[in-house]
Design a protein around this ligand. Structure first.
Ligand SMILES: [Zn+2]
Length: 250
C-alpha cells in the first residue's frame, strides 16, 4: 500500500454516469467477492451492469479428502450463484477449466478471454494482477490460476480483443474487435485506486459468507473482511475500501 495515491472513485448517484458494462474475470468462485464484492455492489447501486466470468468452479478447493471434485464443483457453483445474486451481478458465466490447471491452458485461455471480451464489450474489466509478487509474495498471489487468468485477460484486453487480425474466425461470427477503457487488477502489490465500500460492506459480507465451503468454519469472517477493508482504505483515509491497480487503455 506504500505510495498509493488518493484516487477514490466518485460515488455518483444513479444516472449521473452513463451506464457501463463491467466484466469481472477471475479464476475461482469467491475471488471476485472477497477482493471486489463491495465495489461490485457499488457499481450495481450506481446503475452499471456487472457480469462475472469464473474460469473454474474451484473443484480442488476443499480440505476434506473424502470429497470428490464433482461434489466440490456443484457446491461451489451454487455458492457463487448465491453470492452473485446478493451483489446484483446480472450475468454469471462459468467456464469448464479445471482448478489448478489454468497455467497450462495457454492458447484456449487466450482465445476464450478474447471471445468473452468481444461478446460482452465491457468498459471496465476486473481481473487478477499477473505481475503481483514482490514485495508481498502473499499466498493468493502465488496461486498459478490467478497469474494465468491475469496474464491471459491483460493480454486479451490490450492486444487480442482490439486486434482484428487476432482470431479472424470471431469476425466471421459477427464478433467485432473491442477495446476496453480501463482495467482494475485485484490481489495487486501495486495498488493505486481505492473504492469506498462503507455503504456496501454488509452485502459484501453476505456474499463472501455464501461461500460456505471456504468460510463456513471461519471464526470471525466479518472481522477478517473489516481488516482487509481497513488496510485497503488506510492510505486514502477511508474506513473500509477495496483497492486495485488501475490501468487505462487508449
Ligand atoms: Zn482464487
Amino acid at each position: 500500500m506504500m505510495g498509493m495515491r488518493a484516487d477514490v472513485m466518485s460515488l455518483a448517484a444513479p444516472g449521473a454516469d452513463p451506464r457501463r458494462r463491467i466484466l469481472v474475470m477471475t479464476a475461482h468462485p469467491d475471488d471476485a467477492d472477497i477482493m471486489a464484492g463491495g465495489t461490485v455492489a457499488q457499481w450495481v447501486d450506481e446503475g452499471h451492469e456487472v457480469g462475472y466470468v469464473i474460469f473454474t468452479r474451484g473443484d480442488k478447493g476443499h480440505d476434506d479428502a473424502a470429497m470428490t471434485p464433482e461434489a466440490v464443483t456443484a457446491l461451489r457453483e451454487a455458492e457463487q450463484r448465491t453470492a452473485a445474486a446478493t451483489l446484483g451481478v446480472s450475468r454469471l458465466t462459468f467456464l469448464d477449466f479445471q482448478d489448478g490447471e489454468l497455467a497450462w491452458a495457454g492458447p484456449a485461455l487466450a482465445e476464450i478471454a478474447t471471445r468473452l471480451i468481444r461478446e460482452a464489450r465491457p468498459h471496465t474489466v476486473v481481473t487478477h494482477d499477473p505481475y503481483a509478487g514482490a514485495p508481498g509474495y502473499r499466498v493468493p498471489q502465488l496461486h498459478p490460476d490467478h497469474r494465468a487468468v491475469g496474464a491471459a485477460v491483460v493480454d486479451a484486453c490490450y492486444f487480442r480483443a482490439p486486434g482484428p487480425l487476432y482470431y479472424p474466425a470471431h469476425g466471421a461470427e459477427g464478433l467485432a474487435a473491442h477495446r476496453v477503457t480501463e482495467m482494475l487488477l485485484i490481489m495487486s502489490d501495486h495498488v493505486d485506486h481505492a473504492v469506498d465500500i462503507g455503504s456496501t460492506f454488509a452485502r459484501k459480507l453476505e456474499a463472501v459468507g455464501a461461500h460456505t465451503s471456504q468460510f463456513g468454519q471461519h471464526s470471525d469472517l466479518e472481522g477478517f473482511l473489516r481488516g482487509l477493508g481497513a488496510r485497503a482504505g488506510a492510505p486514502v483515509g477511508l474506513p473500509l475500501a477495496e483497492s486495485f491497480k488501475r490501468l487505462t487503455l487508449s
